[in-house]
Write a protein of this length. Sequence first.
Length: 604
Amino acid sequence: MLEVINSPFNEEQVKKLNELLPTLTPQQKIWLTGYLAATANIAALEAPKESAARPVVQPATPKAVPADKQVTILYASQTGNAQKLAEKFGEQLRQSGLQVTVSSMSDFKTNALKKVQYLLIVASTHGDGEPPDNAITFHSFLHSKRAPKLEHVKYAVLALGDSSYELFCQTGKDFDLQLEKLGAKRLVDRVDCDLDYAEPAQKWFEAVKDKLLGESASFTASEQEAAATTLQEVKEYSRKNPFQAEIIEKINLNGRGSSKETIHLELSLENSGITYEPGDCLAIIPVNNKNLVHSLISALGFEPSAQVVVEDKTITLEEALLNVLEITLLTRPLMRKIAEFTENEKLHALLKDSDALKQFIEGRDLLDVAERFGPFKWDEQTFVNCLRKMPARQYSISSSLLANPEEAHLTVGVVRYEVDGRERLGVCSTYIADQLEVGDHVQVYVHKNPNFKLPADDTPIIMIGPGTGVAPFRAFMQEREERGATGENWLFFGEQHFMTDFLYQKEWLSWLKSGVLTKMDVAFSRDQEEKVYVQHKMLKKSKEFYEWLEKGAVVYVCGDKEMAKDVQATILRIIQQEGGKTEEEAKLYLEEMRKQKRYQRDVY
């Protein structure tokens, strides 16, 4: 509330200001401050001191908000992280007065590059350094002879990735270097983000925004506060603010005698306000295995109660290794960091042999390193400084909110294997399988996946999901049943054995009987001498498969990347064989399906 005492305003002006100010947003206040400052500067420069006349200043966009700058933001996104950031940044720049276009790379017309002024790229990396599905065509074009010279473009790249992969943030690096080769000029340096990307991504955006707005000076305190308010999303559950979901059901889906263990987990979302759509994922924040943590601390010669600072909080070493830090995944960057604290010749030799290092880190953990490559010249704090935060694990939601209000179901394959005579445990899957029971709570939040969504209710769909890849398709069927969708549904499912591994068998058969599921083809690879997989079943039905494609069916693939490669090769073969097309024509056919969002993949 503005006070009249010592104020340059009269009582009537104060009244009007007090009515106006509470209705303004922080962005409006920043705009008004800039406008008034600009007005005052012009008046001081142009008005003669002896004259009482005031110059007429036409309402204009303040200098800090140059509306003539047109910004194009393109995202390469597989699971939605890059898209979410691109859309958020685009909205913030619009609120600053810039003209902004935000687009998926698959929707962007490449000939429009000639008209682009400022180009921002937010790119995730998929698989082993590959571009996401929606960026394949644009990535290929930019690296082809058809790519235009881009001397007129100023650009910046934000790369998202996972440092556990050898080609960390490779797609972002590709775009950054290729744009430079084509003559474009960097606004700011590329930033490579690991799984915990929120803070570095925001710093990158603020640097880009400063460049675009032409401001070299720092924001005032009030502007910083307003900018922080602007960048905050609507309050939602996240990695830093997870929801405590109660476990209301936990079942092993595999039969007795199976070599596999697949947990069906039902979680209550009651009173959370959490919503999701079929195709979205639920992220779980796991806890490391206590025996592994204690063995690691002992091997390093540390005390569990030693105090360390992690994320600006002072906690015990035991708590840090249990709840906060990644200890089961070895990466090349981590191995290089650790090597700085030991003179062990075997470790330094290993780092020089790329193939040997790759073989060593596969399936091993920090306990292996502690036992093999000591002694180390570090204390507890130096050790934890080498480690990254433990990422949440994402699982495709296998339920529909329409069918299961205030619940989320997951289908979790439990990971156990042996290396060097010691059993290794998947962090999150064995946390769920071994440590949690009905009534316990687990920390969760929803991860939206805009690139894996159901089409219109009357559109036919083909679902290809071996093993736990079938999870989102259970959600699809529940959703379509509840909505009374008329589109036909065809499922290809594969596992090892019919008797023990037919996940959700009763539900699929029930949907077949009711007509919700139109067709189902199953492949149980170990039930006969020659292994049979889903792609073999697809080829047997190749004519009908192609007929479904021709009538507009949307194809979904969910599961591991090796399976996905085989399935894609099979789809291309079917298109060639049944459509009478060349290999190149089949690729163009599938690429057109991808552009039309008729070929969607959730691959890990």
